[in-house]
Design a protein. Structure first.
Ligand code: VG1
Ligand code: CO
Length: 542
C-alpha cells in the first residue's frame, strides 16, 4: 500500500552543491531523508518503470536510509532498484552499474572523506543516467523543491533483505540485490593488463593498500589479492565499518600518516596506496617517494597508453582549476587539448560524454577516465600498477624521470578549517575587490602577471559558472589560488593552493614547503589570512 505523508520542509541544502552533506544527527530528524528523496524524484521525470541504483559506503545510517529510499522509489513508480549487497557500493561502482545496466540514475549514500558514525557526517547524492553527479540545473531544481515539498509517498511494507543476492518485490517494484564488486571488477579487467600486473606481483612486487575501514575493502580484497595475486595482508582495514573504526577516511598526509611513514621506512613495500570513505579518491606513495595528486594525474596521463584501455592514446586531459599545471605540459607534449574546469567532478561529465577528454583529475586526490563519470580510487591505483609493471621501474624513478622530462611543479594546499564563515566570506570579498589593483604589481620580487576570479564556460552546452576561485598568476609559472570549500559541515574552510614551476633538474629535489616558502608567505600576506581568520597557520597541509 502506498501512503502519502504530509510534511513540512526544513531542508537547507546549499544551492550549487551536488548533494546533501551534513551531520548525521541532521539526517536523523523525522522525515528528513524522506523529504530529500521525494524532492529528488519530484525534480525528475520519465523514470516510471525505469531502474535506480542505490548504495553507499557503509557508514552509520547507510542501511536504514537504503530501506527508506527503496520504499519511496517503489511508491513513486520506479520499476527496479539495484542495491549493493549489504548496502555497499563505492561511488565509482554506482557509476559503473548505472552505465552498464542502463539505469535511469542512482542514489549514493556517503559523505565521502568526512568521518562517519552518530557524531560524524552523512550524505546523499543523486547521479544521472551517464553515471555522473547531477548537473547544476538538476541540483538547483532539487534544492528549490526541498523548499516547498509538503508530502512524500512511501510503500507501507516491511524492510527488504539486502544481505542476500537475488530479487524481491516491493510494491510494484523489483529490488535486485547485486554483488557489490562483480560488475566493477569486470570493468577494471577490461581496461588493465591483469596478466602483466599478476606477473609483477608474482615476481615480488609488494604493496600495502589501506581501505581505511571504508568502502574499498571488499573491492581491494577481490581485485588486488584474489584476482591479481598480491600477498594476503596487502589490504589492511579491509572491512567497511559504520564509523570507519573511529578514523577519518581521508587518504591525505594527515589521516594516512602511517602509510607515509611506512613508505619512508626500511620496511617500505614498492607501493603504498589508500582510498577514501566512498572509494573515489586515491593516495599513491612509492618507496621513499610521495606522489602529489597533481603529479599523479600528469604521470598517469603521460603513461596511460601502457594500459590496454588507453592504447590508442588520449583525446584530451581535463583538470580542475586549482590542480597544478603539470598535466598541461603532458597535454602539450601529446598534442591534445587541456581543459581547466571548476572544482567538482560534475564538470568533467560533459567533456567525457562528448569524447573531448579521456583522463581527468583534481588536486584533492581524485583521478578518473572516460570509463565512468566519477573519480575512481582503485582505477588510479590499478593504472599505477599497470605502469609500474610495464615500465619495470619504481614509483620514485618514474616520478623523477617525469620531472626531468617535463619539469617539476612544486605544489601544496594549505587548508584553514572550521574558520568563522563571516571572516572567510569577508576575506574572499576583499580579495575579489583587490583583483584589478594586483595586476602588474611586484611583491617580494615576485611579479603578479594576472589576477581573476575563475569563470568557466562549458564547451559542450555553453553553461556558465562564475566565482570559482581567485587565481593570482605570478612570474615563472608560479600561482596562488584561493577558494572556500563546498563540502565542509562546520564553519568554513579556506583552501589556498600554492604552486611553482621548476624546469631545472638540479633544483627539483627541495623539500616542498621549503621550495614554496616565499609563495606561502605571500599567500598569507596578499589575502590578510591572519587578519580575517585569526589563524597564523593552516590546519592541514597537503
Ligand atoms: C573537495 C575537493 C574537490 C572534490 C570534492 C568532492 O571539495 O576539493 O576537489 O571534488 O571535495 O570530493 P571542496 O569544495 O571541499 O574543496 V569527494 O571525495 O567528496 O567526492
Ligand atoms: Co570521496
Amino acid at each position: 500500500m502506498i501512503k502519502t505523508i504530509t510534511t513540512i520542509p526544513y531542508l537547507d541544502q546549499q544551492p550549487g552543491t551536488s548533494g546533501l552533506r551534513k551531520k548525521t544527527t541532521v539526517f536523523q530528524q523525522v522525515h528528513y531523508i524522506e523529504n530529500f528523496i521525494q524532492s529528488i524524484f519530484d525534480s525528475l521525470s520519465g523514470y516510471a518503470g525505469q531502474t535506480l541504483v542505490v548504495g553507499g559506503d557503509g557508514r552509520f545510517l547507510n542501511r536504514s536510509a537504503i530501506q527508506t529510499i527503496l520504499k519511496i522509489a517503489a511508491a513513486n513508480g520506479f520499476g527496479r532498484t539495484l542495491v549493493g549487497c549489504g548496502g555497499i557500493l563505492s561511488t565509482p561502482a554506482v557509476s559503473a552499474l548505472i552505465r552498464s545496466r542502463k539505469a535511469f540514475g542512482g542514489v549514493v549514500l556517503s559523505a565521502s572523506h568526512n568521518p562517519g558514525g552518530p557524531n560524524g557526517d552523512f550524505g546523499i547524492k543523486y547521479n544521472i543516467g551517464n553515471g555522473g553527479p547531477a548537473p547544476e540545473k538538476i541540483t538547483e531544481a532539487i534544492f528549490t523543491r526541498t523548499r516547498t515539498i509538503d508530502a512524500f509517498r512511501i510503500v507501507d511494507d516491511p524492510d527488504v533483505d539486502i544481505d542476500r543476492i537475488g530479487e524481491t518485490s516491493l510494491g510494484d517494484m523489483m529490488v535486485e540485490v547485486v554483488d557489490s564488486v562483480e560488475n566493477y571488477d569486470a570493468l577494471m579487467q577490461s581496461i588493465f593488463d591483469f596478466d602483466l600486473i599478476r606477473a609483477a606481483f608474482h615476481e615480488g612486487l609488494t604493496m600495502r593498500f589501506d581501505a581505511m575501514s571504508a568502502v574499498t575493502g571488499p573491492y581491494a580484497h577481490v581485485i588486488l589479492e584474489n584476482l591479481l595475486g598480491a600477498a594476503k595482508g596487502t589490504v589492511i582495514n579491509g572491512s567497511p565499518l559504520p564509523d570507519f573504526g573511529g578514523h577519518h577516511p581521508d587518504p591525505n598526509l594527515l589521516h594516512a600518516r602511517h602509510l607515509y611513514d611506512l613508505a619512508m621506512s626500511d620496511a617500505a613495500p614498492d607501493l603504498c596506496a589508500a582510498s577514501d570513505g566512498d572509494g573515489d579518491r586515491n593516495l599513491v606513495i612509492g618507496r621513499g617517494r610521495f606522489v602529489t595528486p597533481s603529479d599523479s594525474l600528469a604521470i598517469l596521463a603521460a603513461n596511460a597508453h601502457l594500459a590496454p584501455g588507453y592504447k590508442n592514446g588520449l583525446a584530451g586531459i581535463a583538470r580542475s582549476m586549482p590542480t597544478s599545471a603539470a598535466a598541461d605540459r603532458v597535454a602539450a607534449k601529446l598534442g591534445v587539448p587541456l581543459y581547466e574546469t571548476p572544482t567538482g567532478w560534475k564538470f568533467f561529465g560533459n567533456l567525457l560524454d562528448a569524447g573531448l577528454a579521456t583522463i581527468c583529475g583534481e588536486e584533492s586526490a581524485g583521478a578518473g577516465s572516460d570509463h565512468l563519470r566519477e573519480k575512481d580510487g582503485l582505477w588510479a591505483i590499478l593504472l599505477w600498477l599497470n605502469i609500474i609493471a610495464a615500465r619495470k621501474e619504481s614509483v620514485d624513478v618514474i616520478v623523477r624521470r617525469h620531472w626531468a622530462d617535463y619539469g617539476r611543479n612544486y605544489y601544496s594546499r594549505h587548508d584553514y578549517e572550521e574558520i568563522d564563515s563571516d571572516g572567510a566570506n569577508a576575506l574572499i570579498a576583499a580579495l575579489r575587490e583587490s583583483l584589478p589593483r594586483l595586476k602588474g604589481k611586484k611583491y617580494r620580487a615576485i611579479d603578479v602577471l594576472d589576477a581573476d576570479d575563475f569563470a568557466y564556460r562549458d564547451p559542450v552546452d555553453g553553461s556558465e559558472t562564475s566565482r570559482q576561485g581567485v587565481r593570482i598568476l605570478l612570474g615563472d609559472g608560479a600561482r596562488l589560488v584561493y577558494r572556500l570549500s563546498g563540502t565542509g559541515t562546520a564553519g568554513a574552510t579556506l583552501r589556498v593552493y600554492i604552486e611553482r614551476y621548476e624546469p631545472e633538474p638540479s633544483r627539483q629535489y627541495m623539500e616542498t614547503q621549503t621550495a614554496l616558502a616565499d609563495l606561502v608567505a605571500l599567500s598569507r600576506e596578499l589575502a590578510g589570512i591572519e587578519r580575517f581568520t585569526g589563524r597564523n597557520a593552516p590546519s592541514v597541509i597537503t
